[in-house]
Design a protein around this ligand. Structure first.
Ligand code: G3P
Ligand code: MG
Length: 363
C-alpha cells in the first residue's frame, strides 16, 4: 500500500529513480499494490493518467485514458484518493457543496461519482459576488467554470451536505462559504439559523485531516487539516463556543484502510485473473472490513507518521517510513508520541520495499 506525496511524488515531480523502480518491480513480480493517498481533486482516471506519464515515460500519449494492460504501470482501479470512499454518499446527499481542488476538475469528480447537483464556491461568488469581496477567481474561471445563478439556484435551493474533496485554492472564499453553509437556516445560502449548536445545519465530511504534507519544499506545507482547524475555530466563535460535530475520512482512520483492503483484494484477483470480467472496480462500503483475509501481511509505505504510519499500525499492517517527505530524522525525539514504523525508517521507497521483500524471502 503506497502513499503518494512524499513517497512516490513531490507535487508533480516523481521521486526518481526509486518510485518507478519499485512499482515496476512489484508489477513484474505480480505482487499486488494499491496507492492510498490523502490527495485528490481530480478523477481517479485523470490522476492515474498523470502518474503513469510521470512514472513510466515510455507510456505513449495514445495510452492516456485507456486502461490497457501490459503498457500501464498503474490501472485506475489501483488508486484510492481521499474522496474516493465518498462514492458511498451519492444516495444519501443529492445536492452537495464540494470544497477544495481546482475548477472544473473537482466538480467533474463529484459528478462522475453520481452526485446529482454539485455546487462549487465559484458558483456562489458568481451568483452573489459580495459573499466574499476578496475572491481570487479570474473572469475566465467565472465565465467558463461556474454555473449561472439560474443553474446553481444558490438563493432558492438549500444544499444537503458540504464535502471537502481537497485542499482549498482560495481559502478565504472557501472558509466563508463553508461557515455560511454550516450556520445557515437548513442549508440555504444567504440565511443564518437563530441559535448556535454543535451540530451544523448541514453535515460536513472532510476527506482527510493532514495538517502538513510534503511538496518538496524544505519544510512540510499546510494541508486540508489546517483548513479544518480554521473552520472549526470560526464555527466555535459563531456558535456560543460549541465544538463543530463533523466527519473525517482519509488516513489515519480505519475507514480508509478497510476501503483500501477491499481494493487490494480486487487488485490481487485482477492480477491472478479471478476478477469478474469487465468489473469496473468495486465501491466498498464505509468502515466494512473484508471477511475474506487474503493477505498474511500488508505493508503500508508512507512519509507521514501521523497519517500513513499511525493508520497502518492501528489497522494491523506492517509499516515502512521513508525520509523523502514529511518525516525528518529527529522527529521521534522531538515528539516521542509519533507512531513508529514496524519495519523501520528508510532513505527511500526502494530501500523500504526491498527490506520488506527480503524479510519475507521474496526476491
Ligand atoms: O493533499 C495531499 C496531502 O494531504 C497528502 O497526500 O499522498 O501524502 O497522502 P499523501
Ligand atoms: Mg505523503
Amino acid at each position: 500500500m503506497f502513499d503518494i506525496d512524499g513517497v512516490l511524488m513531490q507535487t508533480k515531480n516523481p521521486i526518481l529513480p526509486h518510485a518507478p523502480m519499485v512499482l515496476s518491480h512489484l508489477k513484474d513480480h505480480n505482487i499486488p499494490f494499491v496507492l492510498l493517498t490523502n490527495g485528490g481533486g481530480q478523477t481517479e482516471q485523470a490522476r492515474v493518467d498523470f502518474l503513469n506519464s510521470a512514472l513510466s515515460p515510455s507510456v505513449s500519449e495514445a495510452d492516456v485514458g485507456v486502461d490497457s494492460d501490459s503498457t500501464k504501470l498503474l490501472h485506475t482501479s489501483q488508486l484510492i484518493q481521499s474522496h474516493t470512499p465518498m462514492k458511498n454518499l451519492v444516495d444519501k446527499y443529492k445536492r452537495v457543496l464540494v470544497i477544495g481542488g481546482l475548477d472544473p476538475q473537482a466538480r467533474d469528480v463529484a459528478l462522475s461519482y453520481g452526485f446529482k447537483e454539485v455546487i462549487r464556491p465559484i458558483d456562489i461568488v458568481r451568483a452573489t459576488p459580495n459573499v466574499w469581496p476578496y475572491t481570487r477567481y479570474t473572469q475566465h474561471e467565472l465565465t467558463h467554470h461556474s454555473l449561472s445563478a439560474t443553474e446553481s439556484k444558490i438563493e432558492t435551493e438549500p444544499i444537503d451536505a458540504v464535502l471537502v474533496f481537497n485542499d482549498p485554492r482560495d481559502m478565504g472564499t472557501d472558509l466563508q462559504v463553508t461557515i455560511d453553509a454550516l450556520c445557515s437556516d437548513k442549508g440555504l445560502f444567504g440565511t443564518r439559523r437563530n441559535s448556535g449548536a454543535s451540530s451544523p445545519s448541514v453535515p460536513i465530511i472532510w476527506s482527510n485531516m493532514d495538517l502538513l504534507w510534503s511538496t518538496g519544499y524544505p519544510i512540510p506545507r499546510f494541508g486540508q487539516g489546517a483548513f479544518r482547524i480554521s473552520t472549526r475555530e470560526l464555527y466555535k466563535r459563531l456558535n456560543d463556543g460549541k465544538e463543530l460535530e463533523d466527519t473525517v475520512l482519509g488516513k489515519p482512520w480505519p475507514v480508509s484502510y478497510a476501503f483500501a483492503e477491499w481494493v487490494l483484494g480486487e487488485e490481487w484477483r485482477r492480477i491472478n485473473g479471478s476478477a469478474q470480467k469487465g468489473s469496473k472496480g468495486i465501491v466498498p462500503g464505509l468502515g466494512v472490513r473484508p471477511k475474506e483475509q487474503l493477505f498474511k501481511k500488508v505493508y503500508m509505505v508512507g512519509d507521514n507518521p501521523e497519517s500513513d504510519i499511525l493508520g497502518g499500525n492501528d489497522y494491523g499492517w506492517e509499516t515502512i517510513l521513508v525520509r523523502t517527505g514529511v518525516y525528518k530524522d529527529g522527529d521521534f525525539e522531538r515528539n516521542p508520541k509519533l507512531a513508529r514504523p514496524t519495519l523501520g525508517v528508510f532513505d527511500n521507497v526502494w530501500e523500504g520495499v526491498s527490506a520488506a521483500l527480503k524479510a519475507n524471502n521474496i526476491e
